[in-house]
Design a protein around this ligand. Sequence first.
Ligand SMILES: Nc1nc2c(ncn2[C@@H]2O[C@H](COP(=O)(O)OP(=O)(O)OP(=O)(O)O)[C@@H](O)[C@H]2O)c(=O)[nH]1
Length: 381
Amino acid sequence: MATHLCDVFFNKASISPPVLQHQRRPPFTVFATASAAPPPSSPPTIQAKPKLLQIIGGKTASWYGNANMNSSNAIDSFEEEYGWADLETDLYHWTKTLRPVQWYPGHIAKTERELKEQLKLMDVVIEVRDARIPISTSHPQMDSWLGNRKRILVLNREDMISAADRNAWADYYSRQKIKVVFSNGQLGMGTMKLGRLAKSVAAEVNMKRRARGLLPRPVRAGIVGYPNVGKSSLINRLLKRRMCPAAPRPGVTRVLKWVRFGNDLELLDSPGIIPMRMSDQSAAIKLAICDDIGERSYDVTDVAGVLVQMLSKLPTVDKSNLQERYKIDIDGRCGKTFIHKLAVQLFNGDEHQAAFRILSDFRKGRLGVIALERPPVHFHV
Ligand SMILES: Nc1nc2c(ncn2[C@@H]2O[C@H](COP(=O)(O)OP(=O)(O)OP(=O)(O)O)[C@@H](O)[C@H]2O)c(=O)[nH]1
């Protein structure tokens, strides 16, 4: 008999989880040569959870509601509190027994093949990630595909995370000397900076061409990333024209398309790519929650159940808002019970509809600005 989501929650203590994805994956280096990608097939190592969670991002333990404590008190109390690493451990156990999330439609396989070819033409790659889940939207093979090619990292949907989340990520990447642009593809914030950065790369490329006696040419920038992270919207914002189809569901862009941006740049819009096998199911469930993977790949009730449990545990979420919105107690022990209650209350017992309502509220930002990831505890410099 399949283990129920709630049983998993209560029985997790006896099992050791593997090292979580965000603790495994080393960062890449932008505009540089270092940092080899981890072999995609390397088996997960078992590692004990660190005793003390170090906060990256120059933030103090006040993140967790202890604003007035001195540092030693803060650390003592912080150790006792539930943090991001605990959440990842729980997530591993919650997702372990659920139907695996897998999505690799034909157009993605085709895109992957074509992108590898087009990469040879690109002077710079603009990699777009979802700011709510920058780790889960980083493709494990991207480093090996790109090699030493110049790269600009964009965390899009910045409007969906808090200033504290943003600061934590900005600090995390700046410590690794990675240039990151935060953007809002819907309203256009960050696109001017992105345009400037891409054009400065263009200038560099053409300087080198001139030095070799070649005529200048428009620089080619490929925009790549997971489905539905906002690639086409960013291009439309950059061009100030609706040149690429954009819609609130993954898999809208189906073909690669070059468009011209001024005299200096050519931009390639590409369909979202995703690994053929999602070995990290915690990451996969976050993609499903954020609508960054096709809906046919997951069970909506399972995914909404995990979301409820995450919301009830996340140190940055105000639980009273949720209770007020749905008029149901949220205690974090069983997301599916919550969904069942909501179904009875509002949808004549239809749990699918109730689950969909919760996911849609989260995706539309009705539950507040909520990031599902924070920078890893330890990282390579
Ligand atoms: N809230 C918010 N929504 C955004 C942002 N950027 C894009 N969107 C919305 O997200 C949805 C997906 O955007 P697209 O530009 O189609 O995403 P894509 O990465 O090209 O998607 P694929 O075609 O699946 O590869 C659209 O409904 C956009 O309006 C953003 O910064 N904030």
